[in-house]
Design a protein around this ligand. Structure first.
Ligand code: DGL
Length: 271
């Protein structure tokens, strides 16, 4: 069946952090319409068991599938790490995650083959990034670090100064000690702390470690995927509609921080 390419792209995340992926999608594909779902009532996913994350992810995916989307982008690294097979089995749609594009970008960026990954506890425990990297290149080795405090700092909008620098330092020191030359931001929230992470890396390793963002890599991958499948919008649709499962008072400020702009529209929904 030929899918109507004027349909929107569905994007979901555990909360608002996935708007960093929506922002990159918007930059790479400004003519595409995006329907975003943030499961703000149940965030964070990164500290939960894989079974719970899969259950939550299924609910989010079913909700977006009802919005007549042409493809589903799983912005959440934790969901991408544990639930992709389940979502692909269940949905009659292309389902794209962030782990593959992020891993490929890290492999391409690394000269030494020693790759550091900063992610949530769930993503680290799943072993998804090391597995993906091993499937791309046998010369690469992955060193992972769960960095849950960075998620809270990004949520809080606490992006510079002593506290984020100390937290970033604590997480990055062991990666630098392992001799990594690339640090992959394997979590939706970490692009907000990119400047702080780069500063700390420059202090620890004198500019020898590059930062790679899985959100940017994913947006490029989605652009190529849509073009190759004939699914790219033929004329400009544009627009980002955000659905959330809980609408806190801080919604507009937090969304703007992750997105870099205001969404065109938003609503609270029940899954
Ligand atoms: N969206 C999650 C991720 O990228 C981070 C926040 C959470 O723990 O839910 O892994």
């Amino acid at each position: 069946m030929k899918v109507d390419c004027s349909r929107p792209i569905g994007v979901f995340d555990s909360g608002l952090g996935g708007l960093t992926v929506a922002r990159e999608l918007n930059a790479a594909l400004p003519w595409e319409r995006i329907v975003y779902l943030g499961d703000t009532a149940r965030v964070p996913y990164g500290t939960r068991s894989a079974g719970t994350v899969i259950r939550y992810a299924r609910g989010c995916a079913r909700f977006l599938a009802k919005s007549e989307i042409k493809a589903l982008v799983v912005a959440c690294n934790t969901v991408s790490a544990v639930a992709m097979d389940h979502l692909r089995a269940e949905l009659d749609l292309p389902v794209l995650g962030v782990i593959g594009p992020g891993a490929r970008a890290a492999v391409c960026a690394s000269r030494t083959g020693r790759i550091g990954v900063l992610a949530t506890l769930g993503t680290v425990a799943s072993g998804a990034y090391p597995r993906e990297v091993a499937g791309i290149s046998s010369r690469c080795e992955v060193f992972q670090r769960a960095a849950p405090l960075l998620v809270s700092l990004a949520e809080e909008g606490w992006l510079d100064g002593e506290v984020p620098r100390l937290a970033a330092r604590r997480y990055l020191e062991p990666l630098v000690a392992s001799g990594v030359d690339v640090v992959l931001l394997g979590c939706t929230h970490f692009p907000l702390l990119r400047a702080c992470i780069e500063e700390v890396l420059a202090e620890l390793a004198g500019g020898t470690v590059r930062v790679v963002d899985s959100a940017q890599a994913t947006a490029q991958h989605v652009a190529v995927f849509l073009a190759e499948r004939g699914l790219a919008a033929a004329e400009s649709q544009g627009g980002l509609h955000v659905c959330v499962t809980d609408l806190p008072g801080t919604f507009e400020a937090t969304a703007a921080a992750f997105l870099g702009a205001k969404p065109d529209s938003f609503e609270e929904v029940d899954l």
